[in-house]
Design a binder for this molecule. Structure first.
Ligand SMILES: Cc1cc2nc3c(=O)[nH]c(=O)nc-3n(C[C@H](O)[C@H](O)[C@H](O)COP(=O)(O)OP(=O)(O)OC[C@H]3O[C@@H](n4cnc5c(N)ncnc54)[C@H](O)[C@@H]3O)c2cc1C
Length: 395
């Protein structure tokens, strides 16, 4: 690992442990079940800036750390569920910043990316649509939101769902379909033509603004606010996809590591039937299995990060990593709850929160089954490529 990444990661970890963790009991963290309030976000970011750890994966000159370097920094930021919010490595902003850095024009970067990097604005990514209306979900090609050119403006109409952080965001990236195919637009928020209909009641509670159902009603966007070109939206989504998936793995690895630390602490201090819990084989084995899952997750993340650093889109590798890591860390969180008995399901530690929130990670950025399905298609494709001809019925 590079020296610069180690230094940044150590600083981030010290900040999260010393400054962020004491905020975990702040009453402003769960405003009506929809995440931390804007004032606590601003307060934490002021502290992060003063400590030199705000947006730590993007350097002073605008350069981005490599994916391998990003991995150790984002893992440390995830040691508290509040860490990524505090140091500005959270989703969807981290993925949106990455996309804007890759595809945005100089003007778009100055207007939309700069405030995100400075941590003074939040962003939202508008792709998913309500399932009840047959809109885009696991299958983005089902997108119903439409856009058409009218003079030098694009006009957008549709309804979106599960839009993380839309409430309170200043920057939006909206996906809609033109006659050419999928398109992406940059918009200022709030906007009267983008109406938050409701905030969903979800299993998680750490994202500022929660997750919104949003009506986009004849929104007019100047043509120069299209990101890239008309019809290329899905290829830009591909650029964002693998690193964004991987960064979820990085942050969750940090959270699961902390949950494991708390469960270890409990097992090494609490006694039952005349000895410490850790000395009961049933508990010791759970902790051992945690170590194995955590280590395997770290190795998968590092491997996938190397593939991306090599210049590949890493579509298959990030699918494999996302499935392996989300499933493994879910098991870690579940074991931590079990080891801690009743305390594990109480709000006394973040173990309960990690267990609850990591469940959704198996769904967003591609449900496990969709990744397995696309990997299975690759297996078949590679097989047919290696052995041309019709192999039906062959041994
Ligand atoms: C906490 C959270 C935050 C989110 N934030 C955002 C956001 O900021 N912006 C945004 O645009 N979206 C966001 N989403 C939406 C997320 O991307 C979608 O939930 C996801 O793509 C799945 O779509 P869906 O919910 O419509 O499920 P569906 O498309 O209805 O799929 C349901 C289930 O069907 C199964 N399935 C689907 N296809 C296949 C297949 N080919 N093979 C086998 N099984 C299959 C899977 O088990 C899947 O879980 C968020 C979701 C959550 C939970």
């Amino acid at each position: 690992m590079t020296q610069r990444a180690t230094i940044i990661a150590d600083r981030v970890e010290a900040f999260v442990r010393d400054v962020v963790i004491p905020y975990e009991k702040d009453p402003r963290l769960n405003v009506h079940g929809h995440g931390p309030s804007e004032d606590v976000v601003a307060e934490l970011r002021t502290l992060a800036k003063a400590a030199g750890v705000l947006t730590p994966h993007i350097l002073e000159d605008g350069a981005h750390l490599s994916q391998r370097e990003t991995a150790i920094v984002l893992k440390r930021s995830g040691l508290s569920p509040l860490g990524p919010v505090a140091v500005n490595t959270m989703a969807p902003d981290e993925g949106n910043m990455y996309l804007l850095g890759k595809v945005g024009s100089p003007d778009q970067k100055a207007r939309f990316l700069a405030p995100l990097v400075a941590g003074t604005a939040r962003s939202a990514f508008f792709m998913t649509e309500p399932a009840a209306e047959g809109g885009a979900g696991a299958d983005p090609s089902m997108m119903q939101t439409r856009c058409h050119l009218d003079g030098n403006h694009w006009v957008i109409h549709g309804r979106k769902a599960f839009i993380t952080g839309a409430q309170g965001a200043q920057v939006g990236i909206i996906m809609a379909k033109s006659d050419d195919g999928a398109c992406m637009f940059l918009v200022d928020l709030p906007n009267p033509a983008i109406r938050i209909e409701r905030l969903l009641d979800t299993i998680d509670s750490s994202m500022p603004g929660g997750h919104a159902v949003v009506m986009i009603d004849n929104l007019r966007v100047p043509a120069d606010q299209m990101l890239g070109e008309s019809g290329q939206g899905f290829s830009y989504a591909q650029i964002r996809l693998s690193p964004a998936r991987l960064s979820h793995c990085m942050r969750w690895l940090g959270s699961a590591t902390r949950a494991h630390e708390i469960a270890t602490d409990y097992a090494c201090q609490r006694e039952a039937f005349g000895k410490l819990l850790v000395d009961h084989e049933g508990v010791g084995f759970m902790l051992a299995e945690n170590l194995i899952d955590l280590q395997q997750s770290e190795l998968m993340i590092d491997w996938c990060a190397s593939v991306l650093d090599g210049g590949s889109l890493g579509t298959a590798e990030s699918s494999m990593t996302k499935v392996a890591v989300s499933e493994a860390l879910m098991r870690v969180a579940d074991r931590c709850v079990q080891i801690m008995g009743g305390t594990g399901v109480s709000g006394d530690t973040i173990v309960e929160q990690v267990f609850r929130e990591i469940r959704a990670f198996r769904i967003y950025d591609g449900p496990t089954e969709v990744h397995k399905w696309s990997l299975a298609k690759k297996v078949k494709r590679d097989y047919l490529k290696a052995q041309p001809g019709d192999h039906r019925g062959s041994k």
